[in-house]
Design a protein around this ligand. Structure first.
Ligand SMILES: NC(=O)c1ccc[n+]([C@@H]2O[C@H](COP(=O)([O-])OP(=O)(O)OC[C@H]3O[C@@H](n4cnc5c(N)ncnc54)[C@H](OP(=O)(O)O)[C@@H]3O)[C@@H](O)[C@H]2O)c1
Length: 272
């Protein structure tokens, strides 16, 4: 079986790849730049851009299942090419798809879910990997400047997102399912910083930004206004799904979701 993983070089996609490999499958990875992909040697790396369907045809040859992103480009803009992507996949004989949503439904989900593909929609809350965005500040002066310091998120380890995607793609019984994915605890940014401080053995300070200061910083980072609104909504006034712990990771993978302390332990070198 060959599985095509889009976003394979990203935080979650790398884990989709590694879990499919561990299960003994052949993995093809799509990237805009194969030279920089840095994937294991047994992965077949192909060039393609989800915003340009004309680049995707060969990527689907002989593929049983595809793991799909719903946003593209470095500004995480919603992909409008869902119908073309699905048409190419179906024409190549692809049968199954996992779709990694981005907080709101868009053309990829709509096209996949109204098609003949056996689809599974993965709805992870914030990835623990987003905390790598704090690493420079922690290493530099130990002060993390962020908004919404007391708002909880049931952050999920992207390794668990990858594990669920691999099961949903390669095993039967997941068609038409929508899986909200969380970690085992809901923590505030201040609590997360305390976990990092304990792990690396340093005192760290949380300096709270106003929402407007945060929006300005996201814009300066090049984020599209659509993403700025989404970040502000999810971080400042999240829906209950964002902070309610659910057992889906354990139900699908058969193992408990990884804790934030575990994630920090595996990435401590990035903060020290
Ligand atoms: N981060 C979160 O908290 C979170 C929460 C819920 C859902 N999600 C969803 O999960 C997805 C993956 O997030 P992540 O944090 O793992 O992303 P990431 O680490 O920033 O990686 C982005 C990935 O998207 C690929 N990509 C971007 N534009 C592309 C295009 N035009 N064509 C093909 N590939 C393209 C990149 O591949 P190349 O650069 O190699 O081409 C890279 O593999 C996001 O897109 C988001 O929708 C994220």
């Amino acid at each position: 079986m060959t599985y095509l993983v889009t976003g394979a070089t990203g935080k979650a996609g790398r884990h989709v790849v590694s879990h499919l490999l561990q299960a003994g499958h052949h993995v093809r990875a799509l990237t805009r730049d194969p030279v920089k992909a840095g994937l294991p040697p047994e992965v077949e790396v192909v060039a393609g851009d989800l915003t340009r369907p004309e680049t995707l045809g060969p990527a689907f040859d002989g593929v049983t299942g595809v793991h799909l992103l719903t946003v593209g480009g470095d500004d995480y803009a919603t992909l409008t090419t869902g119908p073309e992507i699905v048409e190419l996949a179906l024409k190549a004989g692809v049968r199954r798809a996992t779709v990694l949503w981005n907080g709101q439904l868009g053309p990829v989900e709509e096209a996949v879910e109204s098609s003949a593909l056996e689809w599974t929609r993965l709805q992870p809350v914030d990835f623990m990997g987003n905390m790598l965005g704090w690493a420079d500040a922690i290493r530099k002066d130990g002060v993390v400047r962020e908004p919404f310091g007391d708002v909880r998120s049931a952050m999920v380890d992207e390794a668990d997102v990858g594990a669920v995607a691999a099961v949903a793609l390669a095993e039967p019984g997941h068609a038409g399912k929508i899986y909200t994915l969380t970690g085992p605890q809901a923590l505030t940014p201040r609590e997360r910083l305390a976990v990092i401080a304990r792990t690396i053995g340093r005192e760290l300070e949380f300096a709270e930004l106003t929402e407007e200061e945060a929006r300005e910083r996201w814009r300066r980072a090049g984020h599209a206004e659509e993403l700025v609104d989404l970040l502000a909504a999810w971080q400042g006034n999240p829906p209950p799904e964002a902070y309610t712990v659910v057992p889906t990771v354990a139900e699908i993978t058969g193992r408990q979701p990884r804790t934030f302390a575990d994630w920090v332990g595996r990435h401590a070198g990035r903060f020290a």
